[in-house]
Design a protein. Structure first.
Lengths: 389, 185, 277, 89, 389, 277, 185, 89
C-alpha cells in the first residue's frame, strides 16, 4: 500500500473502501467509530490509512461516543466522519440532533442492513430512510445521499463533506450492504480535481463577544469559528441566541429551528442530485435509489424492449426530499412505481408530492429486489392490471 | 455478454482474494466491466466463503451471480452446494486434492493445494487456481493477470505468486476421469 | 454601607463572561467556587486563554461552559468526554478541560469516563460532585450516599454509591485527586497539575447543592455543607486503602481528600506512521 | 472603578499584607460563605439588600483594618462578587 | 398519602402524577427511568408509590438502561413503564426496536419539550411525533396516544398498558409539557372499573420446543410466555423463525417484518381514538392533538360564533396514523387546518391522506399555540384568503 | 474407527438446544467450553432448569442464549445487563445469568456493567474475554492488549486495556473471579458460587478466538492460546496487588487467575414499605 | 365567567402549594372548573416561582393565565414583574412585610410572613395568604377551603395550617395606605 | 444410543475409574483440544473426517484401556462432541 493521500487512478475497489478513500481524498482527518457489520470495512481501511496521512483514527467505546467524538473534532476544525449501520445509528440520534443544533459539519455513513433491531446483520436493507430525517427528537433537516455503486461511495463521500461544510449540517451517506460490500471499478481523479469547499469563517477579528450564530442572510448559514481560533465561542444544544448563549424564549426557539430547517430546504436544488434514465418520454416512471436502482434500471431496459415507455428516476439525494423534481413534472408520467427494499418509505413521500397513481415494489430486506419484480409491476401498470396508491 | 463466475471454499483459502484479482484484472486490463460480491456468515466471521464475479461488456446492473458460467470449488462443501446451481454448459474447476467432483465434460481439476504446498506456501493455492482458470476462460490474458497479481499481493510474495500462477496456467489440462477424481460411483 | 467598597467588576472578569453574571446557580451552591478555582488555575497556567477550551455536559455544573470566556462547548448529557476527546485529538495543542457534574460524568456518562481514563486521553476533568442531580431537582444519582434522601429516594437511597477515586484508579487515570469546595487553594493547585499532566487527570470536588441534596438531607444552606466538610475532611495518604475512600455524609466517617493517584502511563496517541510500510 | 488583571499595576509594588474589601452588589446572593470562612472574622451580614433582595456582607465596624488580604473570601465566593486588594497599611 | 393501589375519587392532580397513578391503577409494577424535565415528576411520584404497592422503582444509569430494564421486566411478566422526554427518547431508540422485534409490551412516556437537542427543557413542544414512528432503524409500527388533559394522562396510560399487552407492542404516551405539568380535575374510577386486558398465554403446556412466535391468524399476535413459566423460550432481536431462533433468510425477514407491521395496521380501528367536536356540518376541520387541541377547541367555538362552520377533529391516537378517519370523509370538510407545536409533522400525514387543501398553524415550540392564531387561520380559509398546501 | 464409540447425543443435551448443534462457533473457539461449564454448573446448582434464565448481548459469545435450553434472551449489543436487571427484579426467584463477550459487556455495555456492580444487583455474569470483537471480524476492543494487532489496529493497538477484576472491584461487585477456558473445573465451581452469591458476581473467562485475535497475533489455533494459558497462568492470592492483574499476552508476564473478590455487601433491594407512612 | 389568579414569590414560600390548595378546593367544593399551571426556571431548579390558576364555570380550554384578575405577590420581584400585567380592575394582594406595593384601590395587604412567624412556622405564610384571599374572592367558601387544607397538608400540621388560614381570613381588611406600605413617593 | 442425565443410572453404581470415550461425529470441529489436554494422552487425530471435513479424534491404538474417566476431554470440548462414561475395569 502506498502512502499517497489521494489514490488517483483506476481501481477495482470495495464499496466500503471507496467510501474510506473518498473521505481521505476529501480531507477527512478524523474518524471515530465503532465496528458494526456491514460498515466495519470502512473503519478497518481507515485504521490503516489515517496513520499514513497524518489523520486520527480512534475506535470509541460505543456509537454514542463515536458521534460525540466527531462533533468535537469538527468543532476543532477537522473534517470528521463516522460509519455505522442501523443499530449504531439508532444510538447516535441524540448527538445527531446536537450536530444539527450546533451546526457542526459531520459525515455519518450508514451501511444499511436488514432491520429493525439486530435483524439481518450481513444482509442488505434500505429501511433507514425515514430514520435519517426523523430519528432525533424535534424538527430539523439534514442531507442524505444514497450511492448506487462503489464509484458513488467515493464521489458522494466527497460531496457529503463539501455539503456538510457549506451548510453546517450533518450529512448522512445512506448506503446499503450490497453497495458497501460490492467490488467494482472506481476511478479516483487527481487530487487537484477533487473539490474542496471551505467552511465559512467569521469576518470580524476575534475581539469581544460576537454574534457568531448570526446567519448570512443569503443562505442562512452562519460562519464557523473553530476552537483555538481565538473567538471564545460558545456552542450549546440549548436554544440559543446569535451569540450562542442559551435563550429560553419561544420566539428565539421558533426563529432558530425555522432557520435550521429553512437553510436546508431553501438550498434544496443545490443539494439535490438525481439521475434520469429514459425519462423524456416515460409514461411509467420507476423511482429507486441505492442498490435497488440497479435492478430498476435493468427492469426499465427490459420494459422498453417490450415497448413499454418506462424510465428511471434514480434519487441520489434522499433528504431534503426532492419535492421539486416531482412538482416540475417527471417525463409524461402517468404512474410511478417506487421500488425499495423497505415497506414503502420513499413511496410515502412520492405519494405526498404527486397526484398520479403510485405503486410500490417492496421487500423488507435481506436480498436485493430483482429486476423481474420491478418489471412485473411496470408491466401490470402498463396493462392496467394494478390498483393505484 | 454476461459471464458469471463463482469461486467458493473455506475461510482462509483466499477465495476472496482470487475473486478480487480476477475482477481487478478484468477492470484494468480489458475493456470489460466486472463486479464482485461475497456472501457472509452471521455478522462477518469466518466459515464457508464464496466470491462471485459478473463480467460483462456493458454496464452491469444486477450485480449478483444467479447461475454461474464458471464455478471454482476449493472445498467439498462448496462444490456440493454450488455445483447443482450452475448453467447447463458451465465450466467447473476443482482442487482435486480436496474435492470429489462429479464426472462430466465440463469439469476440470488440478491439485492446487498440493502444488501450492510444493511451492512452500499452501496459501497460494488460490493463485494456482487462477492460473488454471485463466487458461480456461478468455476473460483476461496471461499478461493482464500477471500484472494484476504483481500489484495485488504483498511485495515480498510476488515471485512466489507468479510461480504459482504459472503452475496453474501450465498445468496439463485434462478432463477429470473417475480414477483421478476418486469418485465412488 | 461600611467599608466594603462597591464596584462593578472583578479581577477575574476577563476570564469569565461577566456580562452574563449573576449566573443561574442558587445561593450557597458550590459550583461557582469551583469555577473560580478553574479561572484562577487558567490564569496561573501560563497557557494563553485562547488555548484553553472547556467542554461541559448538561446539568447545573454543565452551565460552566457558558460562563467561561473560553472556546466553550455545552454538549449533551453525558457526552462531554467523547466530544472533548475528538476536539483534543484534532487539535492536540489545546488544553482541553471537561467540567461537569457527577450525574453527567458518572451516571449517563460513566462509560465514556472509564474508557477515556483507560485510554489515558490527555484531558483535565473537573467533576463537581454534589451527591445528586441538581438541575432536574434533586434526584438520587450514583454518588448519592446509601440511605440519603432524594426526590427519587423518598424513603432513603437503596443503592450504594461509587467511590470515584477507586473507580478512576481502576480505569487507568494518570492523575486523580479529591477535594471539596472549601479546599480552594488545593483545587487551584491540582487543576494546575492536571493541566500539566500528560494523560487523563481527574479532579473531584465535593460541593454543596443546598436546593437539591441539602434540602432533603438537613443541609439547608450551602454553608452547612461547607461546615460539614470542615469537620469531616481528612488528608489522604498512601496508607489509606482505596475502599476506605467511599463517602457517607450522614455518618461520622472521615472524608478523605488529597491527591490520590499520580502516575506515569503513556497517554493516548493516535497511530502515526513515520516511514513507508 | 474598573479593575483589570489580577493585581492592579499601581498596587503591585506594595507588600504590606493589608486588604481592602470590594463587593459587586448585583452579583452577591447572600450565601454568607465569605463571612463564615474569613479567618479574621472581618465580615458580617448587613441589613442592606441588593435589587433581588439578598443581604450583602459588610465589614464589621471596628475591623476596617483587620483584613489581611488572605484572599480566602475572594476564592470561596461562588459569585465572583467579593475580592480584596492589597493596600498600604 | 394513603397506600391504596387505585386512588379512586376526584382529585386536583398534576398531569405527570395522573400518568403515574394511571400506571399503578393499570397494574404496572415496574418502573425503570432516568430523570429528565418535564417527565421527572412521574418518576418521583412512582419512587414514592411503587414501594407502597409492592412494585419496583429503579432509577437506572441512563435511558439506554431504562428501556432495557423495562423490556426485561416485561419479559418476566410485569407491566413495565419508563418516562422521559425527547433527548431521552432519542437514546432509547435502539431498544425500542428490540421491543418491537421481541414483541414485548412496554409503555414509554414522552413528555415533549422544546426540541431538537437540549432545546427548551422546561417549555413545551410537540415535535417528536414522527420520531415515535420512525426513530428506530427499519420498518415497524407502534402505537402512540396524545393526551390533552391530566384526566387523559390517567386514562390513556391505562389504555396504553392494555393495548401494549393486546398487541405485544411498545406503546408511546406522547404528551407535552403543558399537559404533563398542568393540574386539573382527575376522576379515578373504582378499581374494578379499570379495564385490564390480559396477555395472551400459550395454549400448549411447556414441553419441548414450541413455535412460540407463531401468530394467531386472527390478529397476527403470538402468545407470550414469560421467563420462569417453563417454556424455555428464546427471544432475539435477530430475524427469527416461529421458534424464536435466528433465521437469516430474506423470506423469513420479510414475513416477520410484514407481520409486525400488519398486526398493528390491521388493528387500526381498534387502536384508534379521536374526539369529534362540531364535525357534523363542519366545512373547515381543525385537526389538533395534545395541548394544542385545547386552543383549537376554543378557536372552533370562536369561529362558530362568527358563523364559520368549523369543527375539531382531535386526534387522540397518532400512530398508527388514522388514515381511515380521513378516508371515511370528515364532516363536509372543504379544508383542513392542522394546528400543532411543530413545523408540520401531522400536517404532512394529513396532506398524504386527503385531497382537500391543508393549511398548517405551526410553531416550533416553547409556548402553546394560542386560540387566536388558529382562529386566524380558520378565518382566512373561510374568507378564501389563504393558499392551500 | 478405533475405540471411540460414535453416538448421537451427549449427557448434557437436555441442557442445551441439541437440535441446533453444531453451533456457529469456529473450530478451536473457547466459547463452547465456557458454555459447557455453565451447563454443568446449572446441573450442579440444584436450582431447577426452568428457574434459570440466560440473557446475552450481541457477539459470538452472545449466541450462547440461543444454545441453552433455558428461557433465554438475546438482546442488543451492550444491553444484556439492564435487561437482566429488570427481569430479575420483576421475578426475584429466578436465577439470572448474563453470558456475554468482553466487547459487549465492557465496551458498549461498560456503563451498565459498573452500575450493576455498584448497585450489587443479584446477577451472575459470565464474561468471555477473547481480547477482541470476534463476531465482527477481529477488531480491537477495551481488553485488547497494548501493542497487539487487530483489524482496526493494524500497526498495533495504541490503547491500554482494562484490568477487569480491578474495575469490577472498584465498581462494587460482591464476587469477582478470573479463569481461562482451560480451567474448566474452576470455572464450573465459580459459576456455582456466583449463583449462590447474593449480589453481583462476575466470572471472567479468558478464551481463545483463533479467527479474530489469534489470527492477527500468531495464535493461529485455539490450541495455541490454550497452551499459552497453560504456560502463563499463575494463581492469584491476596498479596498480588490489583494493578498487577492487567494482561499482556505477548509478554512473559504472569496471567493471574483465581477468585479475586468475595465480600458481603448488601445486594440491591427495591424499596418496600412494610407499614403505613 | 373565567377568573385568572396568579400567586407568585420565591421558591420555598409554598407558592405552588397555595395554588394547588386553592385549585383543589375549587375542584372538590364548588361546581367550577380549575386549572393550575406553573412556570419553571432552567430544567427544574429553584428560584422565582409562580403558580397560575384559571377558574371558570365551563370547560377551560386554554389553560394559561394571560391577564390576572387576582395577583398574590409574596416577593418584591414577583410584584414588580407581575403587577403591571393584571387586568385594570384586578385585585392585588401582597405580603406587606416583604413587598412594597403601589397605592391603589384594589391593592390589599397583610403581613403574612410576620403572622406566620408569630404562629411559629414561617412556612405557613402561604396559608395565611390563602385565608386572606378567600375573604377577597368569592370562589370557594371558608368551609371548602378548610376541608381542602385538612386533606392537603402533612397530618401533623393541620391545626397549625387551619390557624394560619383563620388569621389570614380574619385579618382586618383594609386598603394599603402610603404610610403602611412604606412607599417612597 | 441415547444418553440421559449426567451419569447413566445403570453405570452409576460402578466405581472403577475407567472410561469409555464417546464421540458425536457431526459436532466435532477437529480442534484437537481434547487430544492436547488428555492427561493420559489417550487420544489422537484420526484420518477420518466428518461430513464437513473435520478430522475426528480417535483413541490411540493400544490405549483402549488407558482412559481414567477424568472427564477433562468432556469438559474442554467446545462442541459437546466428546464425553466419557465410566465402565467396569
Ligand atoms: C439525555 C438526557 N437525559 C436526562 C436529562 C436531564 N438532566 C439534565 S441535567 C441532569 C442531571 C445533572 O446532574 P449532574 O451532572 O450531577 O449536575 P448538577 O446539576 O448536579 O450539577 C439530568 C438528569 C437530559 N438533559 N438529557
Ligand atoms: C449497536 C451495535 N453496535 C455494533 C454492533 C456490531 N457488533 C456485533 S457483535 C460486536 C462485538 C462483539 O464482541 P464481544 O462482545 O467481545 O463478543 P465476541 O464476538 O468476541 O464473543 C459488535 C461490535 C451491533 N450489533 N450493535
Ligand atoms: S440546584 Fe443545586 S447544583 Fe443546581 S444551582 Fe442550585 S444548588 Fe447548585
Ligand atoms: S481577604 Fe481574608 S481576611 Fe480579608 S476579608 Fe477576605 S477572608 Fe477575611
Ligand atoms: S460569598 Fe459572595 S455571594 Fe456569598 S455572601 Fe459573600 S459576597 Fe455574597
Ligand atoms: S470469531 Fe472468534 S469468538 Fe467468534 S466464533 Fe470464531 S473463534 Fe469464536
Ligand atoms: S476422560 Fe480423561 S483420560 Fe479419558 S480420554 Fe478424556 S481426558 Fe483422556
Ligand atoms: S475437542 Fe471436541 S471438537 Fe475438538 S477435536 Fe476433540 S471432540 Fe472434536
Ligand atoms: Mg450533581
Ligand atoms: Mg470478545
Amino acid at each position: 500500500m502506498t502512502r499517497r493521500t489521494v489514490l488517483t487512478g483506476t481501481h477495482f475497489m470495495h464499496g466500503d473502501h471507496a467510501c474510506a478513500e473518498g473521505a481521505i481524498a476529501a480531507g477527512c482527518r478524523f474518524f471515530g467509530g465503532y465496528p458494526i457489520t456491514p460498515s466495519t470495512e470502512i473503519a478497518e481501511r481507515l485504521a490503516r490509512r489515517m496513520p499514513e496521512v497524518g489523520g486520527v483514527f480512534i475506535q470509541m467505546e460505543d456509537e454514542l461516543g463515536s458521534i460525540a467524538s466527531i462533533l468535537g473534532a469538527s468543532a476543532a476544525g477537522a473534517r470528521a466522519m463516522t460509519a455505522t449501520s442501523g443499530p449504531g445509528l439508532s444510538l447516535m440520534l441524540e448527538n445527531f440532533g446536537l450536530g444539527v443544533m450546533m451546526e457542526l459539519p459531520i459525515v455519518l455513513v450508514n451501511i444499511q442492513r436488514g432491520s429493525p433491531s439486530t435483524g439481518l446483520p450481513t444482509l442488505p436493507g434500505q429501511a433507514d430512510v425515514m430514520q435519517a430525517k426523523w430519528g432525533s427528537h424535534g424538527d430539523y433537516e439534514i442531507i442524505a445521499y444514497a450511492p448506487s455503486s462503489p464509484q458513488e461511495m467515493f464521489d458522494l463521500t466527497v460531496l457529503a463533506f463539501n455539503m456538510a461544510d457549506r451548510y453546517r449540517v450533518p450529512v448522512v451517506l445512506l448506503a446499503d450492504e450490497v453497495i458497501g460490500h460490492m467490488v467494482e471499478r472506481v476511478v479516483i481523479p487527481p487530487a487537484e480535481a477533487i473539490e474542496h469547499w471551505p467552511r465559512k469563517k467569521p469576518d470580524e477579528s476575534p475581539n469581544g463577544p460576537l454574534p457568531i450564530f448570526r446567519p448570512d442572510p443569503e443562505d442562512l448559514v452562519p460562519p464557523l469559528a473553530h476552537a483555538g481560533a481565538g473567538y471564545r465561542v460558545h456552542f450549546s444544544g440549548l436554544t440559543h441566541n446569535e451569540y450562542g448563549f442559551p435563550a429560553m424564549s419561544p420566539d428565539t426557539h421558533h426563529q432558530l429551528v425555522s432557520r435550521l430547517v429553512e437553510k436546508i430546504q431553501r438550498a434544496g436544488p443545490d443539494i439535490s442530485r438525481c439521475e434520469s434514465y429514459g425519462l423524456d418520454d416515460a409514461e411509467i416512471v420507476v423511482v429507486a435509489f441505492g442498490c435497488t436502482a440497479r435492478s430498476a434500471r435493468q427492469a426499465v431496459d427490459l420494459a422498453r424492449r417490450e415497448g413499454i415507455r418506462a424510465g428511471l428516476l434514480r434519487l441520489i439525494s434522499l433528504w431534503p426530499f426532492p419535492d421539486h423534481l416531482f412538482s416540475e413534472g417527471v417525463g409524461r408520467a402517468e404512474a410511478f412505481v417506487v421500488a425499495e427494499m423497505n415497506l414503502g418509505q420513499v413511496r410515502r413521500e412520492v405519494t405526498r408530492v404527486v397526484s398520479q397513481p403510485v405503486i410500490g415494489v417492496h421487500h423488507a430486506g435481506g436480498a436485493m429486489i430483482q429486476p423481474a419484480a420491478i418489471l412485473n409491476a411496470v408491466q401490470e401498470v402498463a396493462h392496467g392490471g394494478r390498483a393505484a396508491r | 455478454m454476461r459471464t458469471e463466475i463463482r469461486i467458493a471454499g473455506f475461510g482462509g483459502q483466499g477465495v476472496a482474494l482470487a475473486g478480487y484479482i480476477l475482477g481487478k484484472a478484468v477492470t484494468l486490463h480489458t475493456g470489460l466491466q466486472a463486479v464482485m460480491t461475497q456472501s457472509y456468515g452471521p455478522e462477518a466471521r469466518g466459515g464457508a466463503s464464496s466470491a462471485s464475479l459478473v463480467v460483462a461488456d456493458e454496464r452491469i446492473d444486477y450485480p449478483f451471480v444467479e447461475r454461474p458460467d464458471v464455478l471454482v470449488a476449493l472445498s467439498q462443501e462448496a462444490h456440493d452446494r454450488f455445483a447443482p446451481l450452475v448453467k447447463p454448459a458451465a465450466t467447473i474447476l476443482i482442487d482435486i486434492g480436496l474435492v470429489t467432483g462429479k464426472n462430466g465434460a465440463n469439469q476440470f481439476g488440478l491439485p492446487a493445494t498440493e502444488i501450492a504446498e510444493q511451492l512452500g506456501r499452501r496459501i497460494v493455492a488460490n493463485v494456482v487456481m487462477l492460473g488454471f482458470l485463466t487458461r480456461f476462460t478468455a476473460l483476461v490474458d496471461r499478461d493482464g493477470m500477471e500484472k494484476t497479481i504483481e500489484s495485488s499481493v504483498k511485495p515480498g510474495t510476488v515471485t512466489l505468486n507468479l510461480e504459482a500462477f504459472d503452475r496453474g496456467y501450465c498445468y496439463d489440462r485434462e478432463t477429470i476421469t473417475p480414477e483421478r477424481s476418486g469418485i465412488d460411483e | 454601607m461600611a467599608v466594603a467598597q462597591l464596584v462593578e467588576s472583578h479581577p477575574l472578569d476577563p476570564l469569565i463572561r461577566a456580562g452574563r453574571m449573576p449566573h443561574i446557580w442558587c445561593p450557597g451552591c458550590g459550583i461557582g467556587i469551583v469555577m473560580r478555582c478553574f479561572a484562577t488555575a487558567i490564569l496561573d497556567s501560563g497557557i494563553p486563554q485562547e488555548k484553553h477550551v472547556v467542554v461541559s455536559g448538561i446539568g447545573c455544573t454543565g452551565r460552566v461552559a457558558g460562563y467561561m470566556e473560553l472556546d466553550s462547548y455545552h454538549t449533551t448529557h453525558g457526552r462531554a468526554l467523547p466530544f472533548a476527546t475528538g476536539l483534543k485529538l484534532a487539535q492536540p495543542d489545546l488544553s482541553v478541560t471537561v467540567f461537569s457534574g457527577d450525574g453527567d460524568l458518572v451516571a449517563i456518562g460513566g462509560n465514556h469516563l472509564i474508557h477515556a481514563a483507560r485510554r489515558n486521553i490527555d484531558l483535565t476533568v473537573i467533576c463537581v460532585n454534589n451527591f445528586n442531580y441538581g438541575m432536574t431537582g434533586g434526584q438520587a444519582g450514583p454518588t448519592t450516599p446509601f440511605g440519603s434522601r432524594a426526590t427519587t429516594a423518598p424513603y432513603g437511597n437503596p443503592e450504594l454509591p461509587f467511590n470515584l477515586p477507586f473507580l478512576l484508579a481502576a480505569s487507568g487515570a494518570a492523575f486523580v485527586s479529591r477535594w471539596t469546595s472549601l479546599h480552594v487553594r488545593q483545587v487551584i493547585r491540582d487543576i494546575g497539575l492536571a493541566f500539566k499532566k500528560p494523560g487523563f487527570a481527574f479532579v473531584e470536588v465535593l460541593s454543596p447543592c443546598p436546593v437539591g441534596y441539602g434540602k432533603s438531607n438537613h443541609l439547608d444552606e450551602g454553608l452547612d455543607e461547607m461546615n460539614l466538610y470542615r469537620e469531616h475532611c481528612v488528608l489522604y495518604d498512601e496508607t489509606v486503602p482505596f475502599d476506605a475512600l467511599g463517602i457517607d455524609l450522614s455518618q461520622n466517617r472521615p472524608i478523605y481528600v488529597g491527591k490520590i493517584v499520580d502516575r506515569d502511563l503513556p497517554p493516548f496517541q493516535p497511530v502515526r506512521l513515520e516511514s513507508e510500510t | 472603578m474598573n479593575v483589570y488583571g489580577r493585581t492592579p499595576l499601581d498596587l503591585g509594588a506594595m507588600r504590606i499584607a493589608r486588604g481592602q474589601v470590594f463587593l459587586i452588589p448585583r452579583r452577591c446572593k447572600g450565601c454568607k460563605i465569605c463571612i463564615a470562612f474569613c479567618p479574621q472574622q472581618v465580615l458580617r451580614e448587613s441589613d442592606a439588600v441588593n435589587a433581588v433582595g439578598y443581604h450583602l456582607p459588610e465589614v464589621v465596624p471596628g475591623k476596617e483594618n483587620s483584613c489581611v488580604h488572605c484572599a480566602f473570601c475572594t476564592m470561596v465566593c461562588p459569585e465572583f462578587a467579593i475580592f480584596t486588594l492589597e493596600v498600604a497599611a
